[in-house]
Design a protein around this ligand. Structure first.
Ligand code: 6PG
Length: 251
């Protein structure tokens, strides 16, 4: 891990809270500095818990939600009403209760033909993202080391130019729509959430093992020019050699 990575190891029951506070701080900072907050949301269990918190009264009042612009980092090939849709999950779990204007919510259209949906979202990002940068990208890590829908050994890992692609994931026998490294690299900051014992070995390999991003796509996330913050619970952190030392907030 280089110096632009920060690792927070927190008890499971506090992880969503810490992550929600981090999101709010990032939003405040962006709104203060640039008048708006552009965020790419992720699917997964921790974001779900974060979205649940955001709709509670103290968070509702924490920032000016009318300055927030919502996007997604990846999507499944399903309509927005499907329980598998990342858009559906995010709206249902929290965002539909927050006063973000409908005109500032930009979902990936998973119901369309995948290449077309990817091209259209790519165009949308090029038109809408100020300086072509997200203020914050939320990411998770699967137990196979995938992040967003950048799965091990898939074609999207090699994408050097397009910001959004349709990615065929053989082991799931499905298309996924995903943002790519080129746009993640431009983001001002990235938050990665990793929880649960089932991820302890993958996390150790990702953070402390040899660099092999085709095998562990999460390793390719984050560089010196941006801040990458890892929110990891104690169960997932168990195998880290530096566990004892890092069991405190570090910044
Ligand atoms: C998705 C995500 C995906 C997710 C990881 C981790 O659509 O599912 O974008 O990349 O973040 O699979 O998910 P969990 O936190 O639920 O394990």
């Amino acid at each position: 891990m280089n110096q632009s990575h920060h690792l927070f190891i927190v008890p499971s029951h506090r992880l969503a809270l810490e992550a929600a506070d981090h999101l709010i701080a990032s939003a405040k900072d962006s709104i203060d500095q640039r008048g708006a907050f552009f965020i790419a949301l992720s699917g997964g269990s921790t974001p779900k818990a974060i979205f649940n918190l955001l709709k509670t009264p103290s968070y509702q009042e924490a920032i000016d939600w009318s300055k927030v612009y919502l996007f997604w980092g990846d999507e499944r090939p399903v309509p927005p009403t499907d329980a598998m849709s990342n858009y559906h999950m995010a709206m249902k779990e929290g965002w539909q209760s927050l006063p973000v204007p409908q005109t500032q919510i930009f979902r990936i259209e998973g119901e369309k033909e995948p290449q077309k949906a990817a091209e259209e979202y790519n165009t949308l990002l090029m038109l809408l993202l100020p300086e072509h940068r997200f203020d914050l990208v939320m990411l998770g890590m699967g137990s196979d080391g995938h992040t967003a829908s950048l799965f091990p050994h898939t074609k999207a890992l090699q994408e050097k130019h397009k910001w959004v692609v349709a990615n065929w994931v053989q082991k799931l026998d499905t298309w996924r729509l995903t943002l790519t490294y080129p746009i993640f690299d431009k983001a001002r900051s990235i938050a990665i959430y990793v929880t649960g014992e089932g991820k302890k070995n993958t996390l150790k390999n990702a953070l402390e093992g040899p660099y092999q991003p085709d095998e562990l796509p999460i390793q390719r996330i984050g560089h010196e020019g941006q801040t990458t913050t890892w929110f990891v619970d104690e169960a997932a952190a168990k195998e880290l050699s530096s566990f004892e030392l890092k069991n405190i907030k570090q910044q």
